[in-house]
Design a protein around this ligand. Structure first.
Ligand SMILES: NC(=O)c1ccc[n+]([C@@H]2O[C@H](COP(=O)([O-])OP(=O)(O)OC[C@H]3O[C@@H](n4cnc5c(N)ncnc54)[C@H](OP(=O)(O)O)[C@@H]3O)[C@@H](O)[C@H]2O)c1
Length: 292
């Protein structure tokens, strides 16, 4: 009986992964890592073992990883020295004799020099450190969450159009919950060791494609306006974003424009055993009520 530990369990991806795991294995096999275990009292009531741990505190990680066979390392939050945190987790997993380490990385174009601040370099270093550790691994290079589209586009799309500096870039954005489902499958199935998967939808789409769906919903043309990066940042700041957050968001759009997420694979479709939710379905469900 494998003991599976999920980090980031108080966050979106980790929590959703645990919900999928609970459908597949007994709660007694599951361990959730949290900086503040009180946040997971409901999971404890359902039989999940909640262990305290902080990526910055190696001793807490060593305690938490005792008797653990598989670890899902949910990547640390940007702007928080991700590499130190990830290296601490890898070292603790190695010392504890963990048999599979699953890491949620970000999709990137092969051979590309494009770098998303506070993300790409630490992802590359983490992937290398995992390989160097000798722990059997699965690296999941996730595309952008489609859940972030409303944040990217703001709430005036039907009045002002899709205003982002996305060029003609395309990306296979996908639901975070389907990436969580994939995490659970990779943690409970055999044959995923020492594999790298690129996880996204089965179809890439552009910001013009998004505008086309909005036009259908609104039943009148909604334009895609390919604004400059500075215009995008200024508009986000005017809408209340702190400047660093606005600049960070702009980088993700620029990554789409640069083709960083252009590759479409069938990795997620194969894991799920079905096509992931498409962008039209997501947009219809998310925006149909707000077009009036
Ligand atoms: N593919 C994408 O589009 C995309 C978008 C956004 C982020 N991401 C990446 O994917 C990760 C998961 O996404 P998400 O939406 O689940 O993020 P999230 O909801 O912000 O969850 C982050 C989790 O990390 C935990 N955490 C933060 N600092 C920690 C530390 N020092 N030690 C241990 N745990 C710590 C948080 O715990 P607390 O409750 O204690 O804060 C939380 O559980 C993010 O962290 C980021 O690296 C990917």
């Amino acid at each position: 009986m494998n003991k599976i530990l999920v980090t980031g369990a108080t966050g979106h991806l980790g929590r959703e992964t645990l919900e999928f795991l609970l459908k597949q294995v007994p709660a007694s096999q599951l361990v959730a890592l949290a900086r503040d275990p009180a946040k997971l009292a409901d999971l404890a009531e359902r039989g999940v073992d909640i262990r305290q741990g902080d990526y910055f505190d190696s001793e807490s990680l060593s305690r938490a990883f005792e008797g653990i066979d598989k670890v899902l390392l949910v990547s640390a939050v940007a702007f928080t020295d991700r590499i130190t945190q990830h290296l601490n987790v890898i070292a603790a997993a190695k010392a504890a004799g963990v048999k599979q380490l699953v890491y949620t990385s970000i999709q990137r174009k092969a051979g590309s020099f494009f770098s998303i601040s506070m993300v790409t370099e630490s992802d590359k270093a983490t992937e290398q450190a995992i390989k160097d550790s000798g722990i059997p691994y699965t690296i999941l290079r996730n595309t952008l969450y489609i859940d972030t589209v409303p944040l990217l586009l703001g709430d005036k799309v039907f009045d002002e159009g899709v205003r982002v500096p996305g060029g003609s870039g395309r990306a296979p954005l996908v639901l975070r919950s389907e990436l969580a489902e994939a995490n659970a499958l990779v943690l409970t199935q055999d044959a995923h060791e020492n594999k790298i998967y690129t996880l996204g939808a089965s179809e890439a789409f552009s910001f013009a494609d998004i505008a086309a769906v909005f036009s259908e919903i609104k039943e009148t043309p909604v334009p895609y306006v390919d604004i400059t990066v500075q215009e995008f940042i200024d508009e986000k700041v005017a809408g209340g974003f702190p400047p660093p957050a606005a600049a960070f968001l702009a980088e993700w759009v620029q990554a789409v424009a640069a083709g960083e997420f252009a590759e479409v694979t069938r990795d997620l479709e194969c894991l799920l055993g079905r096509k992931p939710t498409g962008y039209r379905e997501f947009l219809q469900a998310s925006y149909a009520g707000s077009a009036a």
